[in-house]
Design a protein around this ligand. Structure first.
Ligand SMILES: NC(=O)c1ccc[n+]([C@@H]2O[C@H](COP(=O)([O-])OP(=O)(O)OC[C@H]3O[C@@H](n4cnc5c(N)ncnc54)[C@H](OP(=O)(O)O)[C@@H]3O)[C@@H](O)[C@H]2O)c1
Length: 305
């Protein structure tokens, strides 16, 4: 029998990290469809040996620590998820954000190269300015509008072509802290919400992304890949859908514009940064319609409550 593929996951306690570790270990993450990787083959018993490193275990902004962690574990593949993800806070925490999102990627890429490991790194739609007026393809020009977006682009620039660079957007998972949890809580409490109609993107359910990442761990294709659920939406569309799923009427969500937000957010968001996933769908199974994934996410566990 072949030895297991050894996979080191950074940021393993984050919302994608926990779902990825579950999927690699053959479990269906909470809110996941069926846990099957998106190349169609179920995870085999003993196929992967998973080393999930949390922020507590490894700070990727420390080059020496990253080198030691990879030299000691000698993984076949590193899935690099660790990141500074607080988009508004990053505007006032520039050096820390770049130390993690730019230097951290460089440390992982260099240390992986030294032990012959393939790297899968995850980036964001916020590297785009949102002015294209159509869905973004992998080779479109980047032009970030925020410190977070600029730091993630700087991280992308540390990736040579053999690295598999995944751009996802609007990631949300059952065990994360995304805005969808706020929408669901307000819906259950009988409150109303206001969400913007002038930010359009693609949702990426973390369990669905994890199923895609496992397919990439097997294929190790290199290059840039846009990975997201099917269909685009505004935040208002998402709120309206959450309200309907949880039995609230159409008056649950009210449409507003970004300029109505009080106080205004520190970081600018792209107006339209939905990802074109054509290339992904030519090679792998789609992540599935966003409405189904959001429904699974907000109703997960409600049977047993
Ligand atoms: N969330 C989104 O909407 C979104 C969209 C597109 C792309 N992405 C990208 O997708 C990837 C996964 O994101 P996610 O949603 O899973 O984010 P997340 O839930 O915030 O997880 C990121 C993890 O990285 C850890 N981390 C932060 N600084 C670190 C450091 N210096 N060293 C090691 N670990 C560190 C965090 O730990 P602490 O919490 O303890 O600091 C956290 O557990 C990231 O690359 C992110 O930029 C996210």
């Amino acid at each position: 029998m072949n030895r297991p593929v050894r996979v080191l996951v950074t940021g393993a306690a984050g919302q994608v990290g926990v779902d990825l570790v579950d999927t690699l270990e053959g479990r269906v993450p909470p809110g996941g469809r069926d846990g099957r990787p998106l190349d169609g083959s179920a995870v085999g018993a003993g196929e992967f040996e998973v080393l999930g490193l949390t922020h507590h275990d490894l700070d990727v902004s420390h080059r020496g620590d990253v080198e030691r962690a990879l030299a000691a574990s000698r993984p076949d593949v590193v899935v690099h998820l660790a990141a500074y993800t607080k988009v508004d806070a990053a505007q006032r925490d520039v050096s820390r954000c770049f130390a993690v999102n730019a230097d951290g990627v460089g440390h992982v890429v260099d240390a992986a190269s030294a032990v012959g490991a393939h790297v899968i790194a995850v980036s964001t739609d916020y590297v785009f300015d949102g002015r294209k007026g159509a869905a973004y393809r992998e080779d479109d020009l980047t032009n970030p509008q925020s410190v977070y977006g600029a730091s993630k682009r700087a991280g992308e620039e540390r990736c040579p072509p053999e690295v598999t660079l995944v751009r996802a957007s609007w990631i949300m998972g059952v065990r994360g802290t995304s805005v969808v949890h706020t929408m669901a809580r307000r819906a259950r409490e009988g409150q109303e919400v206001r969400f913007v109609t002038d930010q359009r993107g693609t949702i990426t359910a973390s369990a669905d992304l994890a199923a895609g990442l496992v397919a990439l761990v097997r294929a190790r294709p290199g290059g840039v890949w846009h990975v997201a659920n099917d269909g685009d939406a505004t935040w208002f569309d998402v709120a309206q859908h959450v309200g309907r799923v949880l039995g609230r009427g159409d008056d649950f969500a009210r449409p507003i514009l970004t300029s109505d937000l009080e106080p205004p957010p520190l970081a600018a968001r792209p107006e339209r940064s939905d990802l074109d996933t054509t290339t992904w769908r030519q090679h792998f199974a789609p992540l599935g319609p966003w409405r189904e994934s959001v429904e699974r996410l907000v109703t997960w566990g409600s049977d047993s409550r």
